[in-house]
Design a protein. Structure first.
Lengths: 114, 112
């Protein structure tokens, strides 16, 4: 069964460093998303991406965040200068679109900022 | 801006049906009801969705009341692996776009 894959599964970084979280969505899907979940809290929407541009972003997704689909298969989330409060699980998701709306989520990347 | 209300937790005996309720009294005519679950910090997993008719798939059944103000997710024979947080979400159909707005959900504990 096709699945969304995320790498790495766990990333530790120092405060102020840049991190790139990587995702490979399901190959024929058209819509891509990033979510995050701070430990013990709700899963929160960050950003959606369609047709090579951001279609919606939340208040969390400030200038420190960016997304890219560099090569038609990968979908990346970059955090420019990490803060302690960026520590969370980050989930990538995709859905086919065209009437198929169920979203498929990856297993997440646990980001720890020290 | 939660559009749904779910009990925070429920227990279910292994092998029995788990019935998870959800209230969505302000649902509008073009909004669907979706269910997802999250097993212990894994990525959320889609279960089922419906508009007004009852739906069934290999994972679960979804019963939506006639007035669409509430629904019930039924796991017919719960197993220990069904222990998870279950999220009921209402979402407008928008041509395939599916931003999922998660609430607190119901923590289902399946007991041996």
């Amino acid at each position: 069964e096709p699945e969304v894959t995320q790498t790495p599964s766990h990333q530790v970084t120092q405060m102020g460093q840049e991190v790139i979280l990587r995702c490979v969505p399901i190959s024929n899907h058209l819509y891509f998303y990033w979510y995050r979940q701070i430990l013990g809290q709700k899963v929160e929407f960050l950003v959606s991406f369609y047709n090579n541009e951001i279609s919606e972003k939340s208040e969390i997704f400030d200038d420190q965040f960016s997304v890219e689909r560099p090569d038609g298969s990968n979908f990346t989330l970059k955090i420019r200068s990490t803060k302690l409060e960026d520590s969370a699980m980050y989930f990538c998701a995709s859905n086919l679109g065209q009437g198929n709306t169920e979203a498929f989520f990856g297993q997440g990347t646990r980001l720890t900022v020290v | 801006d939660a559009k749904t209300t779910q009990p925070p937790s429920m227990d279910c005996a292994e092998g029995r049906a788990a019935n998870l309720p959800c209230n969505h009294s302000t649902i509008s005519g073009n909004e669907y009801v979706y269910w997802y679950r999250q097993i212990h910090s894994q990525g959320p997993q889609y279960i089922i969705h419906g508009l007004k008719n009852n739906e069934t798939n290999e994972m679960a059944s979804l019963i939506i009341t006639e007035d669409r103000k509430s629904s019930t997710l039924i796991l017919p024979h719960a197993t220990l692996r069904d222990t998870a947080v279950y999220y009921c979400i209402v979402s407008e159909y928008s041509g395939g776009y599916q931003k999922v707005t998660f609430g607190i959900g119901t923590k289902l504990q399946v007991i041996p």
